[in-house]
Each structure stands twice: as C-alpha cells, then as structure tokens.
Design a protein around this ligand. Structure first.
Ligand code: UDP
Length: 256
C-alpha cells in the first residue's frame, strides 16, 4: 500500500499532522462502526521494541492509524527513499484533537498517570478551552491487562466508568507498551469513537512535565533534553543508535 511505510515490520502511516486531523474528524463522524478507532503514536524506541515483540508489532499493525512520533523514523524512511512526510507527535495530535473536540462538541476522557494528575490536566484544559466537554478522568494505576491482570475487577470498573461517561474521545497514557496492550485488549468493550495511546500527554497537559525547549524540538533532539533531565533513560535511548545501524546495514529489508 502507498499510504503506509513499514519500518522494521511496523506499519506507519505516511501522513502529515493536518491530514491526521482530517482522518480523526472522519473517525468521529463515522457512525457505521460500533468499535472505536485506535490511534498509536510510536517513537523509534517502540518500533525497536516491536521488532523483538511480535505481540506489540501485531497490535500496532492492526490499528487504524499509526503516526511517527520519533524523528528517527522519519530519517530512516528518507534514507530508504520511502519518505514519511513529517514527524507527527502524539502530543501535537492530541492538542489538535482537543481543539476539534471543543469546536465540534465531542467529549474527552483522560485515562492514565498518577492519581490526581488527570484531574489537574482537565482543570488546566478547561482554563484554556472553556467550552471543552471533559467526560471524566481516571488514574492509570489500577489492576488491568497492561500489567498482567486481564479482566480484573478494577479494569472492569474503569471501562464501566468510561462507558457511562459517554465520552467520544479517550486519551490513554499508561506509557508504552502498556497503553498499546491495554487499548488492544479492551477496545471492543469501549463505546467511545476514538482511542489514542498518547504516552506522557496527560502529564504535559497537567504541566507536570515540561516539554523540551523549542530549539530542541526544532532540531528533533528532544530525546537529548530528556536524557539530560533523566539520565536513567540511557537504557531505552541506546535503542536509537542501534536503530540507525540496523536500518542502514541489515541484510533484511528494513524499510518497505
Ligand atoms: N503510567 C500509568 N500506569 C502505569 C504505568 C505508567 O498511568 O501502570 C503513566 C505514568 O505515570 C506516566 C505515563 O504513564 O504518566 C508514562 O509513563 P512512563 O514514563 O513509564 O512511560 P514512557 O515515557 O517510558 O513511555
């Protein structure tokens, strides 16, 4: 297919932020399906993880939309002449979804983060978007599929709360790959229209995590800023140079 690129076996949509927003608009308008549309936002580290984890790869490849959150993915696609048009971060898309929800009257549910953070995020959101409908929020530290407790009572309770809220859009921020696993297992039980696994977005909305200064964002080196702030991320970030080496030198087709 021409509208996707496969990087190390993971399907990524060839799509700009603006086109992504159009797709989301269509997902929200689509009344023909009872299942929510799923959106994932992998960065380079997650694609590297999916290379070894076929369950995760399958989850990403069976979703409705996968956007390239990492600049490494965009570079890899360009090196191999299968250009992804631009980096589309989960955070930027989430901000656009919030604007869309406010404008068109869709309601939003926030699931994830430590207790109190999603509440704080919704309060901050309402300051900036007074007409936004927040359907509800719940922290991400309940027993559920993402931590090996599939079908646990606590998970059922969370799903019930989300469904009773009648939310149209669900943000799931449980970290990767927990959020991908949770969404995949529970998507058929949810009655919202769109679910996005968007990592630290709720933390950012609560202004708990500061995004890297703009210069880091422009140069595509937010990872460097995060590494300086949290040196223990080195283990995960080792995936980046390894990724470049694999894309350039593997005998197997790495980008197709
Ligand atoms: N998180 C959560 N439940 C969990 C694990 C993580 O709600 O079981 C939240 C965590 O509080 C944070 C977000 O998910 O707000 C991202 O977590 P982490 O930093 O581990 O993810 P990463 O940035 O490594 O993807």
């Amino acid at each position: 297919m021409n509208d996707v690129v496969k990087i190390l076996g993971v399907k990524i949509n060839k799509i700009t932020l603006e086109e992504t927003v159009e797709k989301v608009k269509n997902f929200l308008k689509d009344d023909s399906s009872t299942k929510p549309k799923t959106i994932f936002t992998p960065n380079t580290e997650i694609v590297m993880e999916a290379r070894k984890n076929s369950d995760l790869k399958g989850i990403l490849n069976h979703s409705d939309l996968v956007i390239p959150d990492g600049i490494g993915l965009v570079y890899a696609s360009r090196i191999k002449k299968k250009s992804l048009p631009e980096r589309v971060t989960g955070y930027d898309l989430s901000l656009k979804m919030i604007e869309l929800a406010e404008k068109e009257g869709y309601s939003l549910y926030l699931l994830g983060c430590k207790d109190g953070v999603a509440k704080e995020a919704s309060e901050k959101l309402l300051e900036k978007h007074p007409n936004l409908k927040i359907a509800g929020y719940h922290h991400g530290y309940f027993k559920g599929t993402h931590i090996g407790h599939k079908g646990h009572e606590e998970e059922k309770h969370v799903i019930d709360k989300i469904n009773k809220s009648n939310a149209d859009i669900l943000f799931v921020g449980l970290g990767a790959p927990k959020q991908e696993i949770w969404i995949n297992e529970n998507k058929d039980k949810l009655n919202c229209k769109v679910v996005i696994g968007n990592g630290g977005t709720i933390d950012h909305l609560a202004e708990r995590l500061k995004r890297a200064p703009e210069i880091y964002q422009k140069l595509g080196i937010e990872w460097l800023y995060r590494l300086i702030k949290e040196p223990k991320r080195i283990k995960r970030q080792i995936a980046l140079p390894l990724f470049v080496l694999i894309v350039l030198f593997s005998r197997k087709k790495t980008v197709e």
